[in-house]
Design a protein around this ligand. Structure first.
Ligand code: ADP
Ligand code: GLC
Length: 494
């Protein structure tokens, strides 16, 4: 099949979170399965044009009041099997930031910027004389692509193209002033008719969810959770309405980039059969962070965006968070790497100043993220909600047992410890509260000191887990067939 991925992120070109990892890894796996997969991205300012191949343009794109023009550049994902096209537009993308900057986290013209991306995707295909069977859009920035397909392109050369919209995170929907709608160049009847309307504002994701032929969420549990009022962020009704077309497909993890036996970021490599390298990584991590070098002390690590979604309120909240007591009451070491909300960065810094066994690095650091996964004994991921989550999968592979909230992809990838039988691959709690984090960290530390044979067996079990992108790609292959069937009856309800 010919598949076009429309996305705002794809590594190694643009990444703000797991979305960038997931889009590229899925594209590569689909290409391995024999599909003709291509990706379209904005040419962000940070992507040096001289390292991309210019393939012409400008493409005329029908958005706004006058036509906008896009330059087109090309490169490919590492390995060369997946072409990546970049749309160049000075006013929309000639600045730092994918969605915004520290000073302006969500650019005011994001609806225009991403509408331009989605509309231009069709012009790009026309200019390449390459009409995809599947238009696969990711999250709110690409959500207009299925809307354009259904409402503007349904009777053009795209008549047979089917659309799939993947929800990586329902917490971000792209909600903007109603006025932005006129930029999309869709008839006003579609403000309600295509599902844009959300409390008298424009909701891009909502329109995409109403328009796409098939919907996916990045884990089976998350696909169920988002249909409930608690986790539906106001869209659970629509998602229940579309539940027959919504499936959960668990992401894979990048098994090459995150392989303890070959990881170039580590001072020593290791495998389930020989964990001596892991001990060396632990010592290195302790040295690097200025913690006492002690193999007997368990290290709990956390690598995360420091935002509400990740449970940082319950962990680091200045008055109520449990991290202070976890560190002062328990014989462990705690290491945090992350950046995000200012209050949280400050709180984490101040904990590091007052607790001898707590260390933090504020910022984004790929190498340290690998060393922490490798050198730690436990991985803290108390997310409020987690559509899939990549870090717990990396942790399992590195024999670092996750301590998690039973939600979304965490529930689908981690098995809870059973202290009678020693079964499991991690430690879970059901309701996210500071107390639950405290108790569950305490449980893990108890097992560390009192059930070392269980910890050893859990590690081996965890390291044997394989969450592959090839399996995810095979599930998407089936879903694409279904989407094509749905698309072929599109005119029944037109
Ligand atoms: P999300 O996309 O919601 O942030 P995921 O678990 O899917 O969560 O993906 C997070 C990705 O970002 C992982 O690849 C993780 O290693 C990486 N990451 C997050 N924060 C940092 C950081 N401060 N330094 C290095 N890598 C980080
Ligand atoms: C989002 C989610 C995360 C998921 C990632 C990739 O960033 O927050 O849970 O792993 O997308 O699908």
């Amino acid at each position: 099949m010919k598949i076009l991925m429309v996305s705002s992120e794809a590594v190694p070109f643009a990444k703000a979170g797991g979305l960038g990892d997931a889009v590229s890894a899925l594209a590569l796996a689909l290409a391995r399965a024999g599909h003709d997969v291509r990706i379209v991205l904005p040419r962000y300012y940070c992507l040096d044009r001289s390292r991309l191949e210019s393939i012409g343009g400008p493409l005329g794109v029908g958005v706004g009041f006058a036509e906008e023009f896009a330059g087109v550049y090309r490169s490919s994902l590492p390995g060369g099997a997946v072409p990546v096209y970049f749309l160049d537009h000075e006013r929309f993308f000639g600045r730092d930031g994918i969605y915004g900057t520290k000073a302006e986290p969500d650019f005011a013209d994001n609806p225009q910027r991403f509408a331009f991306l989605c509309r231009a995707a069709f012009q790009l295909c026309r200019s390449l004389a390459w009409i995809p069977d599947i238009l696969h859009a990711h999250d709110w920035p690409a959500a207009l692509a299925p809307v354009y397909l259904r409402h503007l392109e349904g009777r053009t050369e795209f008549a047979k193209t089917a659309s799939v919209l993947t929800i990586h995170n329902l917490g971000y929907q792209g909600v903007y002033d109603k006025e932005s709608f006129s930029f999309f160049r869709l008839p006003w009847a579609l403000f309600h008719g295509a599902g844009f309307e959300f409390y008298e504002r424009v909701n891009l994701l909502k329109a995409g969810l109403a328009s796409a032929d098939c919907l996916t969420a990045v884990s089976p549990s998350y696909a169920r959770e988002i249909q409930t009022p608690e986790q539906g962020f106001g869209l659970d009704g629509l998602l229940r309405f579309r539940s027959a077309d919504l499936v959960g497909i668990l992401n894979g993890a990048d098994l090459d980039g995150w392989d303890p036996a070959a990881d170039p970021f580590l001072p020593a490599n290791f495998s389930a059969g020989d964990l001596s390298g892991k001990a060396a990584c632990k010592a290195e991590l302790q040295r690097e962070l200025g913690l006492p070098v002690d193999p007997a002390r368990p290290i709990v690590a956390m690598v995360s965006r420091l935002v509400e979604q990740k449970g940082v309120g319950e962990l680091f909240g200045p008055l109520s968070g449990s991290a202070y007591r976890v560190c002062s009451d328990m014989a462990l070491q705690f290491a945090v790497l992350g950046s995000g909300e200012r209050w949280c960065e400050e709180e984490v810094r101040s904990l590091a100043g007052s607790l001898p066994n707590f260390r933090a690095r504020i910022g984004y650091d790929e190498r340290l993220a690998h060393l922490m996964e490798a050198g730690a004994d436990f991985f803290m991921m108390p997310s409020r909600y987690e559509p899939c989550g990549l870090n717990q999968m990396y942790s399992l592979r590195y024999g670092t047992l996750p301590i998690v909230h039973r939600t979304g992809g965490l529930a689908d990838t981690v098995e809870n410890y059973n202290q009678d039988t020693g079964a499991g691959t991690g430690f879970m709690f059901d309701n996210l509260t500071p107390r639950a984090i405290y108790d569950t960290a305490g449980w893990a530390v108890w097992a560390w000191y009192n059930r070392p044979e269980h910890i050893k067996a859990m590690r081996e079990r965890a390291m044997a887990k394989r969450f592959t992108w090839d399996r995810a790609a095979a599930e998407f292959g089936k879903l694409y067939e279904r989407a094509l069937e749905r698309a072929s009856c599109r005119y029944g309800d037109a």
